[in-house]
Design a protein around this ligand. Structure first.
Ligand SMILES: NC(=O)c1ccc[n+]([C@@H]2O[C@H](COP(=O)([O-])OP(=O)(O)OC[C@H]3O[C@@H](n4cnc5c(N)ncnc54)[C@H](O)[C@@H]3O)[C@@H](O)[C@H]2O)c1
Length: 454
C-alpha cells in the first residue's frame, strides 16, 4: 500500500476478496425472502458499501431518514472502521457496521434486497459481482467499471444470476439535461449530425479531484472515466445511441509535476502562504469523515495537487463516432477560472446551444441559457431557472424515482448496466487511445456481443 493519499491497491483488494468469493455459499439469498412485511406493504432492505461523503449523505442518510415508509437500511460496510462509525452516526441508523472483509457475512446476516455501492470507483465492479452472486440487486454509483474486463464480469454475473444493476446517473435528472432530452427526442431539429460537449471544471472543484484518489488512474480510471462517464452517459441517452469508435488526446498539463514546489498534503505543507491551491480541511464540513480514520488507511483528503505521482489527465479531448453516425467532439479541462458546460447539437434543420452555469466570477441569475436557431428561419432563446438541492435537485429526483412506488419513467432516466457500461467504456477507450495513439473500437474492448438485449 502506498502511504500517500491512497486507500488500498485494487490488486491487493481483489486478491483478498477473491478468497472469499470462491467460498461456496451456504444458501443463496432470494430477494423476495429478504423483504420485511409491514402491514400490507413490504419494505425493501438496503445495505451500503462505501461510507464516504457520497455514500453517507446522498444515499445512507436519505434511505434511513426520508424513505422509511418503503425502505430499511440494514447494514453499512467500508474498508475503514472509523469512517463507518462516523457515517453510522450521521446516517442515524441502528444498522450494524461491517468491515469490507466481512462483506459476505454482512449479506448473509442482514439479507439485503439491494446493495448500494459508493466505494472508490475501481471497486464498484467487484462489489457488484459479489452482491449479485449473493442474491442481491445492485445500485451502483458511476462509473460502473474502470476497466473493460470488469464489464465482462458484470454482464456475465448479471446474466447468470438474473439480478439487476441500476447505475445511479443523477446527471440525467438535472432540469437542463431533461430539457435537452425533450428537445432532441421531439425531432424538432431533425436528425442530429454532430454534437459538442465542453466541460469546464474550475480551480476549486477541478482541483479537488487531484487532492484525492481521483488523481491516480488506478483508482478512478482517470477523469475520462470518473467524471466524463456522466457526460458520455448523457450523450448516449440524448442521442439514443451507443458509441462505436473513440479517438482521444490527454495530458497532465497543469497539476502534478507541473509546479516548482510540492508537499505530502496541505496540513503539513511549508508553502501554505505561497500556494493558491492550499486547502484547509479544518474548514470542510465533512472533515471528520476523513480525519478520524486517516491513520487507519492513509487516505489523505487534503493531498497535494502537485504530487509527482498524479497521472489523471487534467486536459483532454475526445472524439466519438456513434452507431447512428453522430460525431461527438468532447473536451474537459480541470483548472478553469469558472465552472460549467457548453453543449450543442448540430442538426439537419438547425442548432441547439446550451450553456450551463455552475460557478463563475460574474453575476448569473439562471441555471442555463438555451438557444435554438433554425436554418433559413428564426432563432429563439430561453433560460432554465436556478433550482435548489444537491446537484440542482437532481439527486432527490433520482432517489424519488428509485425509491417511491409507481414512478413513471417517461424520459427513460433509470439506467441499467448497459448504460453504465457504455459510458464507462467510452472513457476506458479514450484512455487506451491516449496511451496507444490509436483509435479504439468499443467492440474490441469486450467479448460479449454488443447487440445483447440486456
Ligand atoms: N453521482 C454523483 O454526483 C457523485 C458525486 C460524488 C461521488 N460519486 C461517486 O461516489 C463514489 C464515492 O465517492 P466519494 O466522493 O464519497 O469518495 P470518498 O473517498 O469520500 O468515499 C469512498 C469510500 O469508499 C471506501 N472504500 C474504499 N475502498 C473500499 C473497499 N475496497 N471496500 C469498501 N469500502 C472502500 C472509503 O473508505 C470511503 O469511505 C465514487 O464512486 C464517486 O464516483 C458520485
Amino acid at each position: 500500500m502506498k502511504k500517500s493519499n491512497n486507500i488500498i491497491d485494487r490488486r491487493k483488494f481483489i486478491e483478498k476478496t477473491s478468497r472469499a468469493a470462491v467460498t461456496p455459499l451456504i444458501a443463496p439469498l432470494m430477494g423476495s425472502a429478504a423483504t420485511i412485511k409491514v402491514g400490507e406493504t413490504q419494505k425493501k432492505k438496503y445495505a451500503l458499501v462505501g461510507t464516504g461523503v457520497r455514500g453517507t449523505y446522498a444515499w445512507g442518510k436519505p434511505i434511513a431518514q426520508e424513505y422509511g415508509d418503503h425502505l430499511e437500511m440494514v447494514a453499512l460496510c467500508d474498508i475503514n472502521m472509523s469512517r463507518l462509525v462516523y457515517a453510522k452516526k450521521v446516517i442515524d441508523t441502528k444498522a450494524p457496521i461491517y468491515h469490507s472483509s466481512e462483506f459476505e457475512k454482512m449479506i448473509s446476516q442482514t439479507q439485503p434486497d439491494t446493495v448500494v455501492i459508493t466505494t472508490t470507483d475501481c471497486f464498484h465492479a467487484t462489489y457488484a459481482s459479489k452482491a449479485m452472486e449473493l442474491g442481491c440487486d445492485v445500485l451502483s454509483e458511476k462509473p460502473l467499471v474502470t476497466e473493460a474486463q470488469q464489464g465482462q464480469e458484470i454482464v456475465d454475473m448479471e446474466k447468470r444470476t438474473g439480478k439487476k444493476i441500476t447505475t445511479t446517473f443523477n446527471a440525467r435528472f438535472g432540469n437542463s439535461t431533461e430539457e435537452i432530452k425533450r428537445i432532441i427526442s421531439s425531432g424538432e431539429l431533425g436528425r442530429v449530425i454532430s454534437a459538442e460537449y465542453q466541460e469546464y471544471l474550475d480551480v476549486d472543484h477541478g482541483a479537488s479531484y487531484f487532492r484525492r484518489w481521483h488523481g491516480k488512474k488506478r483508482y478512478s480510471g482517470s477523469l475520462l472515466v470518473h467524471k466524463a462517464s456522466h457526460h458520455f452517459d448523457q450523450m448516449n441517452w440524448w442521442l439514443d445511441s451507443e458509441p462505436d469508435t473513440v479517438n482521444a488526446f490527454g495530458k497532465v498539463a497543469f497539476y502534478g509535476k507541473n509546479h516548482s514546489f510540492r508537499a505530502r498534503n496541505c496540513r503539513t505543507c511549508q508553502f501554505k502562504e505561497q500556494c493558491d491551491f492550499y486547502w484547509d480541511i479544518n474548514k470542510y464540513e465533512s472533515k471528520d469523515l476523513y480525519l478520524e480514520g486517516e491513520n487507519e488507511d492513509g487516505y489523505l483528503r487534503d493531498g497535494c495537487v502537485w504530487d509527482n505521482d498524479i497521472d489523471t489527465y487534467d486536459t483532454m479531448t475526445v472524439e466519438v463516432k456513434y452507431a447512428n453516425e453522430v460525431l461527438l467532439s468532447y473536451s474537459l479541462n480541470a483548472y478553469m477560472p469558472y465552472e460549467g458546460q457548453m453543449i450543442a447539437f448540430n442538426c439537419e434543420q438547425g442548432r441547439l446551444e446550451v450553456r450551463n452555469y455552475h460557478r463563475q466570477p460574474w453575476e448569473v441569475d439562471v441555471a442555463a441559457d438555451f438557444r435554438i436557431t433554425k436554418s433559413f428561419k428564426g432563432t429563439k432563446a430561453w433560460s432554465i431557472p436556478k433550482s435548489t438541492g444537491e446537484h440542482g435537485g437532481a439527486d432527490k429526483k433520482l432517489r424519488d424515482k428509485l425509491f417511491l412506488p409507481n414512478q413513471p419513467d417517461t424520459l427513460n432516466q433509470v439506467a441499467g448496466s448497459r448504460a453504465g457500461l457504455m459510458s464507462s467504456l467510452i472513457g476506458i477507450a479514450a484512455v487506451q487511445s491516449i496511451e496507444t495513439n490509436q483509435k479504439v473500437k468499443i467492440s474490441d474492448l469486450v467479448n460479449f456481443p454488443l447487440s445483447w438485449g440486456w
